[in-house]
Design a protein. Structure first.
Length: 295
């Protein structure tokens, strides 16, 4: 292989990796691992845990690649996405489609071998994300709620892969992950409102400018989110760290969003709320892990 061929191959591999949205995929895979850790069952063992995490990573990466494939035209209109491999022309659509399908199928197959219920949940997640949420982004702001379903399924995949059942604890974890996504995405869509408008995507912040609705909706979603981690204390391996830390983290998240009542949905408010959502999610997952590790 010549130097030029090596560089071209490495560049193509980097573009394929970019299709999987690695940072987003990492957060989702971490939520799967936390679901495994919280399930009130004996430890599944390192081999099973790593296999489940790897398979979930393949499912998430494949679904993201398929999302990029389906949105390759609209991505050309958005400043934050126009340099991605498909809209920029660095990667052929057919290769992206094949890559996304291969990853998704491999991940679902791996999870099904571990536990059929986990494979079924992964199939629902990919189907909902690619076939419902992705096209719905061009027609309705309700796409955010539809997209929150596949986003909240990875913890259930981990929970069931560990040997847990779809009991109240699993659904409490699903509900927490589901309710986190609307305020997170409202902040993101406000931050990139012009991009979504240019791409013809009727996101909620595109439809509601300056009427206070975005700020109120964000606050209400966060308020609904706050008590859910506490439900996991009696229903999972969550314990004292979760009971003490998560209300404080939730209150801090709520206070950041509450500033919008005074400032409005400005870019500065959206950026601060978006960052607060990431910190809240990451630190809450850490609290879950610390509790699970001490149980």
């Amino acid at each position: 292989m010549t130097v030029a061929e090596f560089v071209a191959t490495r560049s193509r591999a980097a573009d394929l990796l970019d299709l999987t949205k690695p940072r987003l995929s990492l957060l989702v895979v971490l939520s799967c691992a936390v679901g495994m850790a919280l399930a009130p069952v004996p430890s599944p063992g390192w081999a099973r845990a790593l296999a489940a995490i790897a398979a979930t990573g393949a499912v998430v990466g494949g679904a993201n690649a398929l999302n990029c494939y389906r949105e390759r035209e609209s991505d050309k209109w958005m400043r934050r996405t126009r340099t991605r491999p498909l809209p920029s022309g660095r990667l052929e659509p057919g290769l992206a489609l094949a890559f996304g399908l291969a990853l998704s199928v491999a991940g679902i197959a791996g999870l099904t071998l571990l536990r059929p219920l986990s494979g079924a949940l992964a199939t629902i997640a990919v189907g909902t994300y690619v076939l419902l949420y992705t096209p719905m982004k061009r027609t309705s702001s309700l796409c955010t709620l539809v997209g929150a379903v596949p986003g909240a399924l990875p913890p259930l995949i981990g929970w069931t892969a560990a040997g847990g059942s779809l009991d109240p604890g699993a659904w409490a974890l699903f509900a927490w992950m589901f309710l986190w996504q609307p305020p997170h995405f409202l902040a993101l869509a406000t931050l990139y409102r012009d991009d979504y408008a240019a791409a013809g995507m009727p996101m909620f912040p595109v439809q509601h400018v300056g009427d206070g609705t975005v700020e109120r909706q964000t606050i209400l979603w966060i308020a609904a989110l706050l008590p859910l981690p506490l439900l996991l204390v009696p229903l999972s391996k969550a314990g004292i760290i979760t009971a003490v830390a998560t209300p404080l983290l939730g209150l801090a998240f709520l206070l950041v969003a509450w500033r919008g009542k005074r400032t409005g949905a400005t870019p500065a408010w959206a950026r601060a709320t978006f960052i607060a959502s990431i910190l809240y999610m990451g630190l809450t997952l850490l609290a879950f892990v610390l509790d699970a590790g001490s149980s």
